[in-house]
Design a protein around this ligand. Sequence first.
Ligand code: ZN
Length: 228
Amino acid sequence: MAISSIFMEESQVQQGGRPELAGLAALGFVDERGNVQSVENWIFTLADREVASAIAELYGGAPEETNSPKDHYIRVFTERPSVPILLSGPEALAQDFKMWANKQLTHHCDGRVYLSPDNRKGRACGCPPTLDEILQNAKDGIGPKPEVRVTFSLMDDEELGTFQLKTGSTVFARSELFRVASSLDRIGGPAVADMEIVQVTTKSRKQFKYPNITNIRSYSDAVAEPRG
Ligand SMILES: [Zn+2]
């Protein structure tokens, strides 16, 4: 056993364990009736009270301890629809496609080959060749849905740790993902961006929200900018 993992176990005993991610960002939450409610400003869920207080101090809101059994059980409804974030590089963005049936993951792929389970990994998954077709199948309930994960830290306080935004938004997958991935590839290293909640009203006056990553530039350019 590696020494680091021994220390890990010891600290878990002492402090109840520290999850890998300091927190998650979300643009919705599940209310008491089990319905998903979307919000105008970012929600952060945190594992640690000190981190939760720091988030509230930076972005408004007050830490609220929920009875969620998950690691990130402290919630802060912030007052910010946009937060400056730091991305380590192209690997900060990950996408896969998942289909669930009876709480079982029945199709998990990258759009081309299976990613799990191990005995299917690497084999052609049978999804159609274009993203549009994959998203259409997802919409029709006959194919896996996109899941994008953005791993980031906060420009305002990098020390707070690593956070993640997970989104199944088809608008983001269809219209924004390629641009974000290309920008990160072009920069090829640490980058700075704004994580935003975008509100849209359709022609039929239906409202919806989706997350976006905008204003992506290299970290070194960003820190050279005059502040204010
Ligand atoms: Zn597939």
